[in-house]
Design a protein around this ligand. Structure first.
Ligand code: HEC
Length: 159
């Protein structure tokens, strides 16, 4: 009898042991290694390349047809308030994402052709706007606040 009890206890012990070590090994296999300095440098370089592309597009008339650039009305990204999206946008007539708002400005003030929302150009414009607003706090009420109209200092203007 004692022998059987011993065997059952041993069996349970081995069973639990295998279970625990399987769990541990699964955890080990799925947890990613911490990023190295080199990884972080490469990731930042990729992001900054996109921000640079966005900077160029923001200052380029090729998004539209009337010679205007985003920077005419939003110098250095001013008044683009990317951190307040998504929000109800009167001119779009619904809760709009930042990308939908960027397309509104391409279509209306720039008289251009909307960009596919998942295009590299759209991602770049978004990256630039958000980069220029880095560190900006989002306070309660910011996404329902009426922002003053964008001042047009050069170009034919809108509307
Ligand atoms: C001729 C002036 C003009 C140009 C050029 C222009 N915009 Fe705008 N932009 C506006 C106006 C007007 C609004 C609407 C303000 C409002 O009603 O909130 C606006 C709003 C925005 C907003 C939302 C700001 C907010 O607080 O809700 C974003 C983002 C934006 N523009 C991005 C762009 C981008 C990107 C470009 C270039 C593709 C561009 N704009 C070009 C005039 C302009």
């Amino acid at each position: 009898m004692r022998g059987i009890k011993f065997l059952v206890a041993l069996g349970t012990g081995v069973f639990i042991g295998i279970g625990v070590s399987t769990l541990l090994s699964v955890k080990e296999a799925t947890a990613r290694k911490p990023f190295t300095k080199e990884d972080l440098k490469l990731m930042n370089e990729e992001l900054m390349a996109l921000v640079k592309k966005g900077d160029e597009l923001w200052h380029s008339p090729k998004l539209g047809k009337n010679g205007l650039t985003c920077a005419n009305c939003h110098p250095d990204g001013a008044n683009s308030n990317p951190h307040t999206f998504p929000k109800f946008q009167d001119n779009v007539g619904k809760v709009a994402t930042l990308r939908e708002m960027i397309n509104w400005c391409i279509k209306k003030p720039l008289e251009g052709k909307e960009l596919p929302e998942d295009s590299e150009e759209m991602k770049a414009l978004e990256a630039y706007a958000i980069y220029m607003y880095r560190g900006f706090p989002l306070k309660p009420g910011d996404n329902t606040r009426e922002y003053p109209p964008v001042e047009v200092k050069s170009g034919p203007g809108y509307p």
